[in-house]
Design a protein around this ligand. Structure first.
Ligand code: PBG
Length: 324
């Protein structure tokens, strides 16, 4: 008798396939990124991210109430300030746009997990992720400002702060500042392995944070480096990170898998704007089955080792889960 082993036996029916399925994407582990700007009644489309908008605080609250009701309970906040300057001062102003959004959403949805992206690039007039010294981003001056911003975000109601700047030593500085201000219970989810990626393209339109000169290669990681991701992750953990992020997701599944094996903390992957836009564009052209590819992309990220996934598809996934 040949063949003895017949793996197809377990693939015959959806019932069998569901029983032996190794990986599931849980809606409770999806994090939905949102963009908020000053104003009222706004819902500004982002042309390279169909279905994703810049909101004002009022419309954001209404939108997140709907998304929350679908089952997505964690949100990642990005702000577009009314005023940018060299220091990025709206990042840490108590009535800066993200702080106002955090307060308002926290009031409406007290059980939601509100994650504040912590970086200066949306707030600086030059678009870099820190303070400049000439044309160089000054590492140590920047981490002071980040630490200060973290405290302001925590005060405004952030459940978690998520530094995405890639400065050296920022996690330790943020931890010390939070503890000194009485926020020793606020976790840090660090973008530990964040690559200098072309896949952030559409985000530049969404968050209006394109650098006015140069690029981010002097602080974000080289896409060719795999070992170095572990170094970055281990450094952030030594400094006190509670969770780590690998970003982007699908082009870096090897990195994600390495990180998951190396650490004992929860690992998140960020399916970034360019990953979203590619699937959307091919779906709109009829070149890919959009829903199928979305589900496959997220299951792949999960299979590679992500506990949580930051994804613009979170509301879609929640809606489909409800339909089932
Ligand atoms: C920077 C930041 C970026 C993203 C999240 N935080 C852009 C960048 O580093 O240039 C990109 C997210 C995405 O593309 O979806 N604070």
């Amino acid at each position: 008798m040949f063949p003895i082993e017949r793996p197809r036996r377990l693939r015959q029916t959806e019932g069998l396939r569901a029983l032996v399925r190794e990986t599931r994407v849980a809606v409770e582990q999806l994090i939905y990124p949102v963009f908020v700007r000053p104003g009222q009644g706004l819902q500004e489309p982002i042309s390279s991210m169909p279905g994703i908008y810049q909101w004002s605080v009022d419309t954001l609250c209404a939108h997140l109430e709907e998304v929350y009701a679908l089952g997505v309970h964690a949100f990642l906040f990005f702000g577009i300030p009314s005023h940018k300057d060299a220091q990025g001062s709206e990042a840490y102003s108590p009535d800066g746009i993200v702080q106002r959004a955090l307060q308002a959403v926290h009031e409406r949805l007290p059980d939601a997990t509100l994650i504040a992206d912590l970086c200066l690039c949306e707030y600086t007039d030059h678009g870099h992720c820190g303070l400049l010294h000439g044309e160089i981003v000054d590492n140590d001056a920047t981490i002071d400002v980040l630490a200060r911003t973290a405290v302001v975000q925590a005060r405004a109601g952030a459940t978690v702060v998520a530094p995405s700047d890639m400065m050296d030593g920022r996690v330790g500085a943020i931890r010390r500042a939070l503890d000194a201000a009485g926020f020793e219970q606020v976790p840090i989810m660090s973008y530990a392995a964040k690559y200098a990626s072309g896949f952030y393209g559409p985000f530049r339109e969404a968050a209006e944070n394109t650098p006015t000169f140069g690029d981010r290669r002097a602080y974000q990681m080289d896409p060719a480096n795999r070992q170095e991701a572990l170094k970055e992750v281990l450094l952030d953990l030594e400094e006190g990170a509670d969770m780590v992020i690998v970003k982007p997701a699908m082009p870096y599944l090897d990195v994600l898998s390495d990180v998951k094996k190396a650490v004992r903390v929860p690992v998140a992957a960020y399916q970034v704007s360019g990953e979203f836009a590619m699937i959307k564009a091919a779906g709109q052209l009829g070149w890919l089955e959009e829903r199928r590819v979305i589900e496959e992309s997220l299951v792949s990220i999960k299979r590679a080792g992500a506990d949580m996934i930051i994804t613009y598809f979170a509301p879609d996934m929640a809606r489909w889960a409800q339909e089932r």
